[in-house]
Design a protein around this ligand. Sequence first.
Ligand code: RIB
Ligand code: CA
Length: 314
Amino acid sequence: MPTVSPRPIILDVDTGVDDAWALVYALRSPALKVLGITTGYGNADVDTTTRNTLLLAELLGSEVPIYRGSAEPLFRAWSGPVPQIHGVNGLGDAPLPLVTRQTADSDAVQYIRDTIRANPGQVTLVTVARLTNVARALLYDPGLAAHIDRIICMGGAAFCPGNVTPTAEANIWGDPEAADLVFRSGIPLTMVGLDVTHQGRLYQRDLAQLDPALPYTELLRRATDFYIEAYIKEDPRNDGWCPLHDPLAVAVAEDPTLVRTERYPVRVEHTGVWTDGMTVVDARWGQTPTGVDVALDLDVDRFLALFRTRVGLL
Ligand code: RIB
Ligand code: CA
């Protein structure tokens, strides 16, 4: 049997409850080789998201280097954290142990640039946060785009409502100029947006099935309880679940066939009055030979089975 080598990825996060699950998934998957993790502002400020990322890595016993990244969007002021969704500490206000791990010396943008240049055409960027770090790497080294294998981006909403405004999803809305730059860069890009992430659900009852022997179980149970309660408050029809936004992007890096994609031109709105941060997916003339691979359907059963194995849900 031929063996398939693990896919080399850089994971860009704003840890955050669903980012925490994405980290657990990525660092435990034998099908992925996490070369490095880069952090940024978003669900909380960059110091907090970096601390949370270090904590998860430490609990997992991972030595993967972690690079602190952007503290604010490219051209705008940061709109601030979202404690009502991720807690003040970004992890649902669960009590956190002290972290002893440190960040790597280099900055996230330099790391992304150097790693891509050292491995041309080999590395996939999995972004589950604002696209500021990646946009800054492209501004710093405009030739870099040609050497990125693919970006798998948790972000955007193609044919469904947004989650910050009626038209915009948080990771795109949080820095639309950066997203515009990345979406126009010509880098092969899979958009794992709300159209599919809302199909992959983690229920409160699932949390009891997390293997009690794992070092992150107590933390993730508490953090996710908080996160699910936030979703219930937002939508009274929610019967006790949260979307698995960020883990789904990681799962798609492992197995792209989990989602059905269609290729369309996609532009990011950043001057609109009502549509700021909207991913404008132009499907009027049908699919195109170039453009963004927009994920529109998820094989829910296969994704959840894989997710459960990777994170240790018994
Ligand atoms: O819209 C969901 C995305 O925004 C997720 O990546 C979440 O962690 C936040 O960053
Ligand atoms: Ca995130």
